[in-house]
Structure formats: structure tokens, C-alpha cells
Design a protein. Structure first.
Lengths: 111, 114
């Protein structure tokens, strides 16, 4: 699976959009981009995934660049409950169920 | 509501003890996983299982074994606990065959080995 690079930490004001970047320059054609988050003292929680088109669900939006070498997770109206560590993971599809977690980005929402 | 449960939230054991960590999922998922999480190292995969009685080594299997006798239950075994196995242990499960197949995690077991 391709390696990802994320900033160690970020702050965002409550009510503003939080934009979390991820670089995955060695991504290959059959690899999806997944995002998870982990709130303190809980297990990780799935947020969203995508291949090459932008995706949106009730939690977030995922923007993937045309060359697929980077992506951005957007939390449109951040709340204090969004304070967590966010993990960007690249993973092949069929035949590989594993997820390789890096150290992620610690997002702090500021009141 | 989907659920992955782990037998204990907190566990304290002594060096050399045999330790069992249990994980149960109620979603009829084929795949189950054991991770450990340490500060600065993120989550690291210990073992995973695609089916009953099947197991595969993850990235850090040394010092651990697993058992999957029933589809819903996946046990992690520390044959002889050591202090460097003090960690947060997370279990997860996922379904096979769909592209999304996100992993659902349990709340974790914080194990301290004295």
C-alpha cells in the first residue's frame, strides 16, 4: 500500500471549515483513499473513502486531485466534537483487507 | 447498531502471565483484526483473520498468537506477557466483497504489564 504524509497537528475555529491535507504521491491505480478519525479514548471511526471522484457524505467531503497524488478531507462546519486524530490511508481494493495507519493529524477545534 | 465489543477496557497483568484479549462482533463480518496503538507509532496490525480458523500475520506478530474458532469471536493471546506489550489493543471487523468495506473498531483494551 502507498505511503501517506499528513501534518502532525492543525487547529480550526469552531464553525469554520476544517481542511485536512494528505499527500500520497506513490498511489497506484487500484488504490482507494480512506479517512478515519479517532476521538480520545475511542476506537477509530470510518469517515469516507474515494478513488478519483470527489465524494461527500453526512460527515465530510473528500477532494482528490486529478493526478490522485493528494487529497483533502473537509469538515464543513467544525464542532468541538470533531477534535480528534484524523488518519489518511491508501489501500488497494480486492485481495487486500488490511489498513495501514500512520500517525495522522491531530485536529483541535478552538471554541 | 453495529457493534464490536472487547472483553475489558482496562487490564493489569504481571510479566510472564498468559493473557487473553477477547473481541466479539455482531455484524456477521468475515474479517477481524487486532491492532496495538502506542504514542508516536500510530496503529500497528498484529494479526488478522479472513475466516473461521484462518489467520495471517500482520506487521508485528512476534509475541502474540490468535484464535478464531467462531465467526463472531477473535481472541488475541499473549503467551508470556512482557512489559513492552503494555499498550492499547484495538479489535476491528469488516465485511468482504464490497469496495468500501470499512473497518468497525471496538473501544480498545488498555493493557498494563508490570
Amino acid at each position: 500500500d502507498a505511503k501517506t504524509t499528513q501534518p502532525t497537528s492543525m487547529d480550526c475555529a469552531e464553525g469554520r471549515a476544517a481542511n485536512l491535507p494528505c499527500n500520497h504521491s506513490t498511489i497506484s491505480g487500484n488504490e482507494y483513499v480512506y479517512w478515519y478519525r479517532q476521538i480520545h479514548s475511542q476506537g477509530p471511526q470510518y469517515i469516507i473513502h474515494g478513488l478519483k471522484n470527489n465524494e461527500t457524505n453526512e460527515m465530510a467531503s473528500l477532494i482528490i486531485t486529478e493526478d490522485r497524488k493528494s487529497s483533502t478531507l473537509i469538515l464543513p462546519h467544525a464542532t468541538l466534537r470533531d477534535t480528534a486524530v484524523y488518519y489518511c490511508i491508501v489501500r488497494a481494493t480486492f485481495g487486500n483487507e488490511k489498513l495501514t495507519f500512520g500517525t495522522g493529524t491531530r485536529l483541535t477545534i478552538i471554541p | 447498531d453495529v457493534k464490536v465489543t472487547q472483553s475489558s477496557r482496562y487490564l493489569v497483568k504481571r510479566t510472564g502471565e498468559k493473557v487473553f484479549l477477547e473481541c466479539v462482533q455482531d455484524m456477521d463480518h468475515e474479517n477481524m483484526f487486532w491492532y496495538r496503538q502506542d504514542p508516536g507509532l500510530g496503529l500497528r496490525l498484529i494479526y488478522f483473520s479472513y475466516d473461521v480458523k484462518m489467520k495471517e500475520k500482520g506487521d508485528i506478530p512476534e509475541g502474540y498468537s490468535v484464535s478464531r474458532e467462531k465467526k463472531e469471536r477473535f481472541s488475541l493471546i499473549l503467551e508470556s506477557a512482557s512489559t513492552n506489550q503494555t499498550s492499547m489493543y484495538l479489535c476491528a471487523s469488516s465485511n468482504s466483497g464490497s469496495v468500501g468495506n470499512e473497518q468497525f473498531f471496538g473501544p480498545g483494551t488498555r493493557l498494563t504489564v508490570l
